[in-house]
Design a protein. Structure first.
Length: 655
């Protein structure tokens, strides 16, 4: 009997070894073919399981223990992103930008991901360029710098020089360009990475009962588009056309002949990145620079309906305004550029500083990296503008109806997220301090309110995530410089300009319905609610875009005239015109007055904080003084979310 058992054990032992060997070989083979995607996915699942274990089974007793727990989880995320590379670094950068939601331990730990993407060897770059163009590097470029000047999550950038155009004559100099090459492993890894992201979002929904479905598809679609460089080229050309008449903003030229799915060649720009704070301050007027940037993004959101969704400080350059006699002057001043070359020797930092000190307006903002951009449907653009204005005119009914159209049931919570401040503080203007019990109760209700608010996620606009991301990134950029610009004031003014005479939900809705009807009757190529605004063309067609804009403008003008003629005033007869005029003047004065107060208090607070930082630097550092723009509770009399969290932690420590 013992002998039989021994034979059976040996038999199954051999089978187990064979199975293990086959599985091991299969694992190694699949992992090799997929560029380590299997190992990366397993590493992600292990990290996710560890994080779930920490948050589900660990109960911190003190604020210090809570901070240590957040730091531990953030380090796990950082380690996973650095080891997995690729899209994981992009997702980690997205987490880093959510400073108003995530604990500060996350943002402090994950900020290293902004410049920690390792480059690929030059041999891989050569293979990609050869496969995309059918030519070797030496055949395409006069000179090619093999050391990358930048390495991002999905691509890296090299400096190169193209041969001068034949019609420029024999004395023309080579054209300096930026060559963006997609990393070869991204094609294979992205399928696994996006599937793993979807899996993690599903697990978060099941384990923590969070409504993640509405954001999952939008993020995946955006990342897929970002990996196609023909779409990025299309985005760049569209932004270039939009801002062609703005001399303060510059979009680099795209070289279409060298652009493909994995290769993008752009005009090289000599400038200082906006994340180099001290260098920017030494050369330029930071407030003017940020104002130009915020004005541009405000126009994207509320005027042009096409938004750069990744305007972080590393994607913004600042350079001196090119002189009218420079080779690139026509590209800067006229904004209509047939060809662009940047061959002049850039001024030294000392020369730039001298020019800026002499003329604070001597600057030009340059946007780069257009892979992550989103078009807006006309309906969303007007409703989003109405949302911003309603917050500051206390029009609760318009606010409620807008978010209800988006499938969101809790207007107050959604408004708090958009404005990044408590809704009660915005509406009431109370200076009463919130009690500790109120803070704890508020945090206990937050989770349930989120679930209730996002019950119908199918109706949430697709644009909302990326537009919100863009505005939140700008908040971080402003904060990087100590918040010298009142961004909320600027965005509200852009929203007011978007709405024109319309001032409530009924007016906007009637305007959009009339505009929709006119465009349908005329057989226009687009419509107010069509998903055309969610789709990207592989090749940007400026003529089609022009036709679309002209049709929309014509329909908008007719709709506005009809809406004004058909507006029903509460008073009839001759008095109706007087009432309408007085009502419009009253609302305009109220809004302008509020914006003036916001701006004045912002300037006073910023000046006070600057004086404290200059006279008492140790006290300023200890108190971590923030400006009004980032601490709106100073204006509205309620504690900010971060203070509420700290109070709740203190309450927890006393129990």
């Amino acid at each position: 009997m013992a002998l039989l058992s021994s034979k059976v054990a040996r038999k199954w032992g051999r089978r187990g070894l064979h199975a293990a060997g086959i599985l091991g070989c299969g694992y190694v083979g699949v992992d090799y073919v997929t560029d380590r995607s299997l190992t990366r996915s397993l590493r992600t699942l292990v990290a996710f399981g560890t994080i779930v274990y920490i948050y589900k089974l660990t109960t911190p007793d003190t604020p210090e223990e809570l901070s240590a727990m957040h730091s531990r989880v953030a380090r796990i995320i950082l380690d996973t992103c650095l080891k997995n590379e690729g899209l994981y670094i992009k997702l980690g950068q997205g987490l880093n930008s959510m400073s108003h939601i995530l604990p500060r331990e996350y943002t402090e730990t994950l900020k290293v991901l902004l410049d920690r993407a390792p480059p690929v060897p030059i041999e891989e770059v050569r293979k990609t360029i050869s496969a995309e163009t059918g030519k070797e590097i030496e055949e395409l470029f006069v000179r090619f710098d093999e050391t990358p000047v930048a390495s991002a999550s999905i691509a890296q950038v090299h400096q190169a020089w193209l041969p001068p155009p034949a019609d420029d004559g024999p004395s023309a100099e080579p054209q300096k360009v930026a060559v963006k090459v997609r990393k070869p492993c991204i094609s294979t890894q992205s399928v696994w990475d996006l599937y793993m992201y979807s899996t993690i979002m599903t697990l978060l929904k099941l384990l923590f009962d969070l409504p993640t479905d509405w954001s999952k598809k939008t993020v995946c679609d955006a990342l897929e588009r970002e990996m196609d460089f023909t779409l990025e080229a299309s985005n760049a050309k569209r932004f270039r056309r939009i801002f062609r008449d703005n001399p303060r903003l510059y979009i680099p030229r795209v070289y279409d002949a060298y652009t493909s799915t994995q290769l993008l060649v752009l005009e090289w720009i000599e400038g200082t990145k906006l994340n180099e704070v001290e260098s920017i301050r030494a050369q330029y007027d930071e407030k003017r620079v940020l104002t130009t940037l915020f004005d541009a993004v405000g126009d994207m959101v509320f005027k042009h309906g096409f938004v750069h969704a990744d305007p972080h400080a590393a994607n913004v350059l600042v350079r001196p305004m090119p002189s009218t006699d420079s080779p690139s002057a026509s590209a800067t001043v006229g904004r209509e550029r047939a060809s662009v070359t940047t061959t002049t020797t850039p001024p030294s930092p000392l020369e730039r500083h001298a020019r800026a000190a002499h003329d604070p307006s001597d600057y030009q903002v340059v946007l780069i990296d257009f892979g992550l951009a989103t078009p807006e449907r006309v309906r969303f653009r007007y409703q989003y503008a109405l949302l911003f204005v309603s917050l500051f005119t206390h029009d609760k009914e318009s606010l409620r109806r807008v978010v209800h159209d988006w499938g969101i049931n809790d207007a107050e919570m959604f408004a708090s997220i958009q404005a990044q401040k408590p809704f009660e503080a915005i509406q009431a203007g109370s200076y009463d301090e919130v009690t500790r019990d109120e803070v704890v109760a508020m945090q206990q209700k937050a989770h349930e309110r989120a679930k209730e608010a996002l019950r119908d996620t199918r109706r949430i606009p697709k644009e909302l995530i990326l537009v919100g991301r863009s505005l939140d990134i700008l908040r971080g950029v402003n904060r990087l410089y100590g918040s010298p610009v009142n961004r909320i004031n600027m965005f509200v003014q852009s929203a007011v300009e978007c709405l024109g005479p319309m001032r409530n939900y009924d007016a906007v809705d009637a305007y959009l319905k009339r505009m929709q009807k006119i465009m349908e009757i005329r057989g226009c190529v687009t419509a107010i609610d069509m998903d055309h605004y969610q789709e990207y063309e592989s090749v940007y067609d400026a003529s089609a875009d022009t036709v679309r804009e002209e049709q929309e403008a014509a329909a908008a003008q007719i709709a506005a005239e009809d809406a004004q003629l058909g507006y029903q005033h509460p008073w009839s007869g001759p008095a109706s015109g007087v009432y309408a005029w007085l009502d419009a003047v009253y609302r305009a004065l109220m809004l302008r007055g509020l914006l003036f107060v916001l701006n004045a208090l912002h300037i006073l607070t910023y000046t006070y904080n600057s004086l404290i930082a200059s006279l008492l630097p140790s006290a300023a550092q200890k108190l971590q003084i923030a400006s009004l723009e980032d601490r709106p509770d100073r204006l509205f009399g309620r504690k900010g979310w971060r203070e509420e969290e700290e109070v709740a932690e203190a309450v927890l420590a006393t129990r």
